[in-house]
Design a protein around this ligand. Structure first.
Ligand SMILES: Cc1cc2nc3c(=O)[nH]c(=O)nc-3n(C[C@H](O)[C@H](O)[C@H](O)COP(=O)(O)O)c2cc1C
Length: 365
C-alpha cells in the first residue's frame, strides 16, 4: 500500500510526502515582481506546515511580458539574492520548492494595449478577446532564450527545480492548440510541429541546467471545447516529453474557475470528478508514462486522495485554493485530523488586495 505521508521521488528531488502546493499567483509582490514580507510569510507558513513540495506562482521570464499584477519576476539577475533567501527559508523546514515559469500571452487583461503581447497566430483568446502579434522565428528564439536564462537564474537561486507552464491557454499551450495555432511554418500544423516550441524550450533549458535539475511540465488534460487540444493529443505530448527527459508531468485543465460546475460532464470520453476534477485524465497519463504524474484540481478529502493513490499510478496531489483557506491543512491531516478541507472552491480568492481566502478571511495567514 502506498502512503501519502511517505518519501517519494519526483525527478531528482526526494519529497517527504506526496502533497504539492500547486502554483498559485499570490498578487503580493512589488510592482516589478520582487518579494515582499507578506509573500515571504506565505512561503514560510507553507513550508512550516508540512508541504512536500511548493510550486511558486507563475513567474514572468520577460520584464515587458507580465500577464498579471503582483506576480513574481525572474526576468533578470536582480532576483537571485532574494530568491536564495527564500529557498533557504523553505529548505530549513525540510520542504522543497520549484519555480513555475510562464509566458502569459493573450490570456490577460492586464496592461493590454500598452505592451507587445506574443501569440502563435492572430486568434483572439476566448475569455479575454485579446489578439497578440503572430511571432516571427526571431520572436520565438527570443522567448525561448528568456525561458532558458530564467531557468539558469532559478537554479542559481537554490530552487529544487522548475515547472514550465504549458497549460491554461498561456503562450506554450496556445502553440500546442490547433485552435490557437494556425501557423504554416515548422511550429504549426502537425502535432509534432505544434509541440516544437515546448520541446525547444525544454531541450535548451535542459542543456543549460544539466541533468540533475528537476524539470516538470504542466499540461492541460484537454481544452474542453470543440476544435481545441484534445486529450489524445495531450497523451502523445506526455509520451514525447518523457522520451526527451522531462522529470514529471502535472495534469490540470483550462477550466479551474468553472470545473466545479462541470462535474459529471464528459469530455474526450472521460468525466470530470468531484474529488480531483481531472483525475480520470491523470490516471490514463500515469499508466502511459513511467515518470511521475501530479494531479491537480478539486482535492479536498484525504481518504479519497489516498484511494486514488492506491488505485492508480498517480503519485502526487497538488492543491491551491484549499491551502489559501487553510495554509496548515497538510499539517492538520498529518496530525490525524482528517476532516475535509474547509475550502468551498468558490474561486473568489483573486482580489486587488492580494489573492487570499475571502470566505475564511485568511489574509496574511
Ligand atoms: C488565486 C489563484 C492563483 C493561481 N495561480 C496559478 C499560477 O500561477 N499558475 C498555475 O499554473 N495555476 C494557477 N492557479 C491554478 C491552481 O494551481 C489550480 O490548478 C486550481 O486552482 C485548481 O486546484 P484547486 O482546486 O486545488 O484550487 C491559480 C489558482 C488560483 C485560485
Amino acid at each position: 500500500m502506498k502512503l501519502l505521508f511517505e518519501e517519494a521521488k519526483l525527478g531528482k528531488i526526494v519529497l517527504k510526502n506526496r502533497f504539492v502546493r500547486s502554483a498559485t499567483w499570490e498578487n503580493m509582490t512589488t510592482e516589478d515582481g520582487h518579494l515582499t514580507k507578506e509573500l515571504i510569510n506565505i512561503y514560510e507558513n507553507l513550508a512550516k506546515s508540512e508541504m512536500g513540495l511548493i510550486i511558486t506562482g507563475y513567474a514572468n521570464v520577460m520584464k515587458e511580458e507580465q500577464p498579471n499584477h503582483g506576480m513574481m519576476g525572474i526576468y533578470d539577475d536582480s532576483f537571485i539574492n532574494e530568491y536564495k533567501k527564500l529557498t533557504e527559508l523553505v529548505h530549513k523546514f525540510d520542504s522543497k520548492i520549484i519555480m513555475q515559469v510562464a509566458y502569459g500571452g493573450t490570456k490577460t487583461t492586464y496592461n493590454v494595449g500598452k505592451r507587445l503581447i506574443y501569440a502563435p497566430s492572430e486568434i483572439a483568446e476566448q475569455s479575454t478577446n485579446v489578439v497578440g502579434k503572430a511571432m516571427t522565428k526571431e520572436d520565438i528564439d527570443l522567448v525561448i532564450n528568456a525561458f532558458v536564462d530564467a531557468a539558469k537564474r532559478i537554479q542559481e537561486s537554490g530552487f529544487d527545480g522548475i515547472e514550465i507552464h504549458a497549460a491554461h491557454t498561456y503562450l506554450i499551450n496556445q502553440f500546442l492548440s490547433s485552435y490557437y495555432n494556425k501557423r504554416t511554418d515548422e511550429y504549426g500544423g502537425s502535432l509534432e510541429n505544434r509541440m516544437r516550441f515546448l520541446v525547444e524550450i525544454y531541450n535548451k533549458t535542459r542543456e543549460k541546467v544539466g541533468n540533475d535539475f528537476t524539470i516538470v511540465v504542466k499540461l492541460t488534460s484537454s481544452e474542453f471545447f470543440e476544435g481545441g487540444m484534445t486529450f489524445d493529443e495531450t497523451r502523445l505530448i506526455c509520451r514525447e516529453l518523457e522520451s526527451i527527459g522531462v522529470d514529471a508531468i502535472d495534469i490540470t485543465g483550462n477550466i479551474h474557475g468553472k470545473a466545479k460546475s462541470m462535474i459529471g460532464e464528459a469530455f474526450d470520453g472521460y468525466e470530470l470528478q468531484k474529488e480531483g476534477y481531472f483525475v480520470e485524465y491523470a490516471k490514463v497519463i500515469s499508466d502511459e508514462v513511467s515518470i511521475p504524474t501530479i494531479s491537480v484540481g478539486g482535492f479536498k478529502d484525504i481518504s479519497k486522495i489516498e484511494n486514488i493513490l492506491n488505485e492508480s499510478n498517480i503519485e502526487f496531489f497538488a492543491l491551491s485554493r484549499p491551502l489559501l483557506a487553510e495554509p496548515n491543512l497538510i499539517k492538520r491531516w498529518k496530525s490525524g485530523d482528517k476532516k475535509s478541507a474547509i475550502c468551498i472552491s468558490c474561486s473568489k480568492c483573486r482580489t486587488d488586495q492580494g489573492n487570499y481566502c475571502v470566505v475564511f478571511n485568511k489574509k496574511n495567514n
